[in-house]
Design a protein. Structure first.
Length: 550
C-alpha cells in the first residue's frame, strides 16, 4: 500500500506498507509438495496441506519451507526454515474464528561487500569476501494472530484482531570503513558490529464496519505495547590486504571507546481511527479518515521518557470522468515514533503526501493503465551515519511520476509494463563522520544531497504466455538507474538492466518450472553499508522446481 496508511496498519507507515497475506484454510482437502535445485548448490523443499470437516465448519492448513544455499559469494552460505499452521472455525455464516502461527528461522553470514578504492570497485574477484570469520547471524521470528468476525446484520460487522510478534536476533557482521595505504599496499579498514536484540510486540485491533447506501464506515481502536532490549558493541578488526587478503588468526576485536550502545525500552500506543467511503453521486466517491495516536516511550537504561500525540488525517476523491476512466487525488499526513536506536531526543517521524492520478480500463476491462504524480515529505527520519551504526534525524522530499500498463494482452498472454520517475532530496541532514586524524569525528551538512539508494528512473516489463498444451514461457526486463550508496553522494552504483526468463509445464497433477535470472550474466552492484563498500549483484542463476498436487 502506497502512502501513509496508519489508519489501518498501525505503527510507522510513513511512506507505505507491505501487507502480508497469509494462506487461509480451505473447505476441502489439499496436499501439494515441491522440491527445487538451483545454482550455488541451492536446494529447497516445501509442502502445503489442508484438511476440513465434512460440513466445512472447521479446517486446518499447514505450510512449510526449507532452503539451503552456498550463496554466490565466498562464505555466504545460508539456511532458512519456516512453518505456518492455521486453524479456522466457522460455526455459521455470520461468525468466523481464525488462529494462525508463523515460525521462521534463518542462519547466514552478513555480507560486507567489496571495498571501494577512490570511489570505484577495484579489480578483484566479485566472489571475494573481506568479512571476518567471526561473522554470523541468526534470526528467529514468531507471529501469532487470532482473528474473529461477527456479521450482526447486512449493515454491521464487528472484527477483532489479537496479535503478537517476537524477534530474537543475534548477529555479528563486518563493516568496511575505508581503504588506506600504509606503505605496504592498500589495506581494508574494518570494524565488527555485534548486536543482540530481543523485540516483542503485542496488540489488539477492534473494528466496526457500518454500511449504508452512501457510507461505508470503518471505525476502530488499536492498543499496542512493544519492547526492545538490545546491546550493540563495536570493535576494530585487523586490517586486511585489498589484493591478497589474509585473516589474522584468532583476532579479537578491539572495542571502540564510546561507540557501544544499548537500550531496554517500552512503547505503548493507544490509537482510535476511522475511514469513511462516501458515495457523493453515481460518479464521485469521497474518502475521509483520521487516526489519533497517543504514544508513551520509556527507556530504562538511558532514562529517556517522552509522550507524544497527534492526529493523522486523510482525504481522497475518486471521480468517474466517463465509463472506464477515473481520476483520483488524495492528501494525507502521518505520524509515528522514531526508531529506538536514534540518538538524541527521538522526535516523532512525520510525513505529508499528495497524489493525483488517472486510471483507464481498456479492451473491455482486460487491460488497465495508471498515470500518477506525487510528492512525499518526511521529517525527522532516521538515517544511518557514515560510521554505519549511529543514527540521526533528517528531512527528505520525494517527487515523481508513475505509469503502468497491465492485464491480458491476448489469449493466454498476460503482462505488466511499469515506469517510475523519482526525484529525491535531503532537505536537512547533518552527518557525523569519522576522520583518520584528530579530532577523529566531524559533523558535515549533507542538505541538498540525494538520499542513498534512491534511483531516479525505474522500469520493469514482464510478459507470460500459457498455451493450451500446458506449456508456458515468460520473460522480462528490469532496469534500475544509477544510485548513490550513501548520503555523502561520493560514490554511486551504475545503472543496470537485467533480463530474466522462465519456462513451465503443467500436466495433470504435476508442474515443472525452470527460472533463469540475469540471463546476460551482467555485473552490477546492489546496496552496501555506508559509503565504503558495494555488494556485487547475483550473476546468472538457474532454478528447477518440481511440484505435485493431490
Amino acid at each position: 500500500f502506497k502512502g501513509p496508511a496508519g489508519y489501518l496498519n498501525g505503527i510507522n507507515p510513513l511512506a507505505g506498507v507491505v501487507n502480508l497475506v497469509r494462506k487461509q484454510t480451505l473447505p476441502h482437502g489439499l496436499a501439494s509438495f515441491g522440491i527445487g535445485w538451483g545454482s550455488f548448490h541451492t536446494t529447497e523443499a516445501s509442502f502445503d496441506l489442508n484438511a476440513a470437516s465434512a460440513e466445512g465448519r472447521t479446517s486446518f492448513r499447514l505450510n512449510g519451507l526449507w532452503r539451503e544455499s552456498d550463496g554466490y559469494r565466498d562464505g555466504r552460505d545460508y539456511s532458512v526454515s519456516a512453518i505456518h499452521p492455521v486453524f479456522a472455525w466457522r460455526p455459521n455464516e455470520r461468525k468466523a474464528l481464525t488462529v494462525s502461527l508463523e515460525l521462521s528461522s534463518s542462519d547466514y553470514r552478513p555480507d560486507a561487500g567489496l571495498p571501494l578504492l577512490a570511489g570505484v570497485l577495484p579489480d578483484v574477484p566479485r566472489e571475494r569476501s573481506y568479512a571476518s570469520p567471526l561473522d554470523q547471524s541468526r534470526q528467529d521470528i514468531a507471529r501469532i494472530q487470532v482473528d474473529y468476525e461477527v456479521v450482526i446484520n447486512e449493515r454491521f460487522t464487528v472484527r477483532n484482531k489479537l496479535y503478537s510478534r517476537e524477534l530474537d536476533w543475534d548477529t555479528r557482521g563486518t563493516l568496511i570503513s575505508g581503504v588506506l595505504d600504509f606503505g605496504t599496499g592498500p589495506q581494508v579498514l574494518r570494524v565488527l558490529l555485534d548486536l543482540d536484540d530481543r523485540q516483542n510486540l503485542f496488540g489488539n485491533q477492534l473494528e466496526l464496519l457500518w454500511r449504508t447506501d452512501r457510507h461505508q464506515l470503518l471505525a476502530g481502536i488499536e492498543l499496542m505495547r512493544s519492547t526492545d532490549d538490545f546491546s550493540l558493541d563495536v570493535g576494530f578488526l585487523p586490517v586486511i590486504d585489498l589484493f591478497v587478503p589474509v585473516e589474522t588468526p584468532g583476532a579479537t576485536p578491539i572495542p571502540i571507546p564510546g561507540q557501544a550502545s544499548s537500550g531496554d525500552s517500552e512503547t505503548t500506543i493507544v490509537a482510535p481511527y476511522f475511514v469513511d467511503q462516501i458515495r457523493l453521486s453515481d460518479r464521485a466517491r469521497l474518502m475521509l479518515g483520521a487516526r489519533f495516536d497517543s504514544i508513551d516511550f520509556d527507556d530504562r537504561l538511558s532514562g529517556l521518557s517522552r509522550s507524544d500525540s497527534e492526529i493523522s488525517p486523510l482525504v481522497g476523491l475518486v471521480f468517474e470522468v466517463k465509463p472506464e476512466t477515473w481520476i483520483y487525488a488524495n492528501v494525507a499526513r502521518s505520524f509515528a515514533p522514531a526508531s529506538v536506536r536514534v540518538a538524541g531526543e527521538r522526535q516523532p517521524e512525520k510525513s505529508r503526501q499528495f497524489e493525483i492520478g488517472l486510471r483507464r480500463d481498456l479492451a473491455g476491462g482486460r487491460l488497465h493503465t495508471i498515470l500518477a504524480a506525487y510528492q512525499l515529505e518526511r521529517d525527522n527520519i532516521a538515517i544511518p551515519d557514515d560510521n554505519g551504526f549511529t543514527q540521526q534525524a533528517g528531512d527528505q522530499r520525494s517527487r515523481g511520476l508513475e505509469a503502468e500498463l497491465g492485464g491480458e494482452f491476448g489469449k493466454g498472454l498476460v503482462g505488466t509494463l511499469s515506469y517510475a520517475y523519482n526525484e529525491a532530496e535531503l532537505i536537512r541532514f547533518a552527518e557525523l563522520v569519522q576522520l583518520p586524524f584528530p579530532p577523529f569525528f566531524a559533523v558535515l551538512d549533507r542538505s541538498g544531497n540525494t538520499p542513498a539508494f534512491a534511483p531516479e528512473h525505474l522500469f520493469r516489463a514482464w510478459l507470460s504466455r500459457t498455451f493450451d498444451s500446458g506449456l508456458g514461457v515468460a520473460g522480462g526486463l528490469r532496469w534500475v538507474d544509477s544510485q548513490f550508496i550513501a548520503e555523502d553522494n561520493v560514490a554511486e552504483i551504475d545503472g543496470h538492466a537485467l533480463l530474466d526468463a522462465a519456462v513451465y509445464y503443467g500436466l495433470d497433477r504435476w508442474r515443472v518450472s525452470l527460472n533463469l535470472k540475469n540471463l546476460t550474466d551482467k555485473e552490477y552492484g546492489t546496496r552496501g553499508f555506508g559509503s565504503f563498500s558495494v555488494i556485487p549483484g547475483q550473476p546468472f542463476s538457474a532454478t528447477v522446481r518440481i511440484e505435485y498436487r493431490m
